[in-house]
Design a protein around this ligand. Structure first.
Ligand SMILES: [Fe+2]
Length: 291
């Protein structure tokens, strides 16, 4: 079979170019171009480190395991992207904002896109286990004006550091998840429990990789948020508890100083707990950019 007169002979010297030629007639999708760029680096890596066939098979076996560990409840690929800092980097280069706007950080592997809508004032803790937490939220623009009707999705780990989709047999479905909408003043509030920091799951290939590298698998305690409002850039972010002693060791590069705040001792519905007041500042979407 002929590969055509223009096809390069594949060799160490021509490998990247030979591959790029196959992707040069790519359709509109930019995925082939991204893959082609990545392949160039993979070829360079192979030429630099010169792995044996067995060593390369181990790389393939690891990636295969990452795929097998992923399903509708668990996203091991996202965890890998987070762990190598790729997710944090993509967020940073795509969401450069004025200092006063809330920055993005990683979405993480435990997001679900079907959080149930809840009324302001309700609790997202369906089992009531843990130290009570009262959260009040305001969403505003860069001028400090409230943004009514913003959609705010929140999710978090429980007091033991587990998300409900990690413990489908132990926690109620959608425990510690909710979707709220801001009122005319850009506000809503809800009750929850104080989240615990947690370890990156070590029962899969990504956690084992980090453990083998000797880095702590820790994530400091946090709340997750995605905030959407028409005409504004979507915010995907965390809020971290300033009292967590492991803020500087986040395994997934998600901590930014602007996102650290104090969870203050407070009376929550007659019980000793904590309270936190959060203001998210959205910036208008740039023309032509998805929001
Ligand atoms: Fe998290």
């Amino acid at each position: 079979m002929s590969l055509g007169a223009k096809a390069l002979t594949f060799s160490e010297a021509t490998s990247s170019q030979a591959f790029a030629e196959r992707f040069s007639a790519s359709p509109d999708s930019n995925l082939p171009q991204l893959i082609a760029a990545a392949v160039t680096h993979v070829h360079d890596l192979i030429k630099q480190f010169r792995p044996t066939q067995d060593e390369w098979r181990k790389v393939i076996a690891f990636l295969t395991e990452v795929g097998h560990a992923s399903d509708e409840r668990r996203q091991e690929w996202v965890l890998l992207s987070d762990l190598i800092g790729a997710s944090a980097l993509v967020e940073e280069i795509n969401t450069r904002r004025p200092k006063s706007a809330t920055p993005n950080t990683i979405r993480g592997p435990f997001f679900r896109n079907d959080a149930p809508e809840r009324a302001s004032g309700s609790s997202i803790s369906l089992d009531g286990i843990g130290e009570p937490l009262a959260v009040s939220v305001r969403v505003e623009d860069l001028d400090g004006l409230p943004i009514p009707g913003a959609e705010v999705v929140t999710w978090q780990a429980n007091a033991e550091g587990f998300y409900e989709n990690q413990q489908p047999d132990l926690q109620p479905e959608h425990n510690l998840r909710g979707l709220f909408r801001t009122d005319a003043q850009g506000r809503f509030d809800y009750r929850s429990v104080v989240p615990s920091g947690y370890g990156v799951p070590d029962d899969g290939p990504v956690g084992r990789l980090l453990a083998e590298a000797g880095y702590p698998l820790r994530r400091p305690a946090h709340l997750h948020f995605v905030i959407r409002a028409k005409g504004f850039e979507t915010i995907t972010t965390h809020i971290y508890d300033a009292n967590d002693p492991h803020l500087s060791e986040d395994a997934l590069f998600g901590v930014r100083p602007e996102l650290v705040t104090c969870f203050e001792p407070a009376d929550v519905a007659g019980k000793r707990g904590k309270a936190v007041s959060l203001t998210f500042v959205m910036m208008r979407a740039k023309p032509g950019r998805a929001v």
